[in-house]
Design a protein around this ligand. Structure first.
Ligand SMILES: NC(=O)c1ccc[n+]([C@@H]2O[C@H](COP(=O)([O-])OP(=O)(O)OC[C@H]3O[C@@H](n4cnc5c(N)ncnc54)[C@H](O)[C@@H]3O)[C@@H](O)[C@H]2O)c1
Length: 436
């Protein structure tokens, strides 16, 4: 089978490489000429564990091609996946301009029955919109070529994207025809050997499933952050409360960790887009709106804790910020809590030294020399008035606290992910603040 995947970001590149790994011939398409040139030379635009090897091997085997022209591969492929970005607009709704642009090119160059599949996260109703766009293009060409539009929302997580794609919990596919269903079944069959589930449904429900899932996960995080705040106010320990809750099988343990807020390219954007879709249908989603409000506030928590630790006297302090990416395993900084913390610290006249194993160059593009950077936690601790942990990279989990204590000016640790042991740090002479 030959397919095209349009958009070579986190989702498109990982999907393309994983399909190629299963023997499919894949054309990865992107409008970004620089990105495509780099990819043709084996240089990846993103970091994901195991992705480089998979791209190298499949490109060498002739199963993975990189191009800027969808038009050029339309005569070859049976399925075109849309994996372009759908960023938030000012009003919170998803910007569908890139998705629609792909549908237009698809319609302009359709030559035989081809299945158009949205893998990007798109609001409920988008597939119908794309179908209209393709029909309009075909009418203009005076052609009546058959096509279908299906929805196959992606659930991979940055940081474990390859593994998630190769062995997902389930695959959601929304189709409107038997032909589309058969093609998607065939494409995903190699993954089925590992015995996971493909759930077929109608297109609208598939589109909604993605938003409902992300909103639910975001809700769990904001809910736990509110519980953590109440624990602080009442003297309860949120770590114990979390354990107590998580052992209830009806609740489970996932996404129940309080912290300094969720970030990334998906949760904030998708939560806002869901609220917006509801508003367009005359409905106000009160829980989902509150989820995002709580998160906005939570992202300021590291700053607030520092502010109170220093009685508001932050100007001139030197703060080591551990972790820039929105979560471990990725260089993605989009909506990362670290950015809110850095902005607030810079406004307060603080000198920030940021530590991250992967995301430094992405942060340099945003902050230039307004902050300092290092990959070495010990270097960051030299003369520091506090260490603030924003991302729980494995490298940060077991530092030599004795050594760090000697390097620091003030032995203060603010743990935004609750990964350290309060007693252990107290024993080493640290003042320790966590979440909840
Ligand atoms: N990143 C994730 O973890 C994740 C997970 C699940 C779903 N999603 C969804 O998948 C979609 C893509 O997300 P991403 O993180 O991969 O985005 P990304 O920003 O990393 O990549 C998007 C790519 O699309 C390209 N592009 C933009 N317009 C184009 C066009 N008209 N034609 C061809 N290429 C174009 C860009 O150059 C870029 O390379 C979004 O809708 C997102 O919500 C993302």
């Amino acid at each position: 089978m030959k397919i095209a995947v349009v958009g070579t970001g986190y989702v498109g590149l990982v999907s393309g490489a994983c399909f190629a790994e299963m023997g499919v011939e894949v054309y990865c398409v992107d409008v970004d000429e620089h990105k495509i040139k780099q990819l043709q030379q084996g240089i990846l635009p993103i970091y994901e564990e195991g992705l480089q090897e998979m791209v190298d091997q499949n490109a060498a085997a002739g199963r993975l091609h990189f191009t800027t022209s969808l038009a050029d591969c339309m005569d070859q492929v049976e399925i075109v996946f849309i994996a372009v970005g759908t960023p938030s607009q000012a009003d919170g709704s998803a910007d569908l301009s890139a998705v629609e642009q792909v549908a237009r090119i698809f319609g302009q160059h359709l030559q035989h029955y081809t299945l158009l599949v949205t893998k990007s996260t798109v609001p409920v109703g988008t597939a119908h919109r794309l179908e209209k766009i393709v029909r309009q293009e075909l009418e203009q060409r005076g052609q009546a070529i058959e096509f279908d539009v299906a929805s196959n929302p992606e659930f991979l997580k940055e940081g474990s994207a390859k593994k998630d794609f190769m062995t997902p919990d389930r695959v959601i596919i929304g189709v409107a025809s038997d032909r589309a269903r058969r093609m998607m079944s065939l494409l995903y069959r190699p993954f089925l050997l590992n015995n996971y589930r493909v759930i077929f449904m109608d297109v609208l429900s598939a589109e909604m499933t993605k938003y409902a899932s992300n909103a639910m996960l975001a809700t769990r995080i904001s809910f736990m952050n509110e519980i953590a705040t109440l624990c602080e106010l009442t003297g309860a320990d949120v770590r114990m409360v979390r354990q107590g809750m998580a052992t209830d099988q009806r609740i489970g343990s996932k996404f129940l960790y309080p912290g300094c807020g969720y970030g990334g390219s998906c949760f904030p954007k998708d939560v806002n887009a869901l609220v917006r879709t509801a508003a367009e249908h005359g409905y106000q989603m009160q829980i989902v709106q509150a989820v995002e409000r709580v998160n906005q506030e939570q992202k300021k928590i590291l700053y607030k804790k520092l502010h109170s630790a220093f009685d508001g006297q932050l100007a001139g302090k030197r703060i080591a910020l551990w972790g820039l990416s929105f979560k471990p395993g990725t260089d993605d900084l989009r909506e990362a809590p670290s950015l809110v913390t850095i902005d607030l610290l810079l406004q307060a006249g603080v000198q920030v030294i940021a530590v991250d194993p992967i995301a430094i160059s992405a942060a340099q593009a945003l902050y230039g020399d307004r902050i300092q950077y290092t990959t070495d936690v010990y270097r960051s601790a030299m003369g520091a008035d506090a260490i603030v942990l924003a991302t729980e990279w494995k490298q940060f989990r077991l530092p030599d606290w004795k050594r760090i204590r000697q390097l620091m000016n003030v032995p203060l640790v603010v743990d935004g992910r609750n990964i350290y042991d309060r007693e252990e740090l107290a024993k080493e002479g640290f003042l320790y603040y966590a979440i909840g």
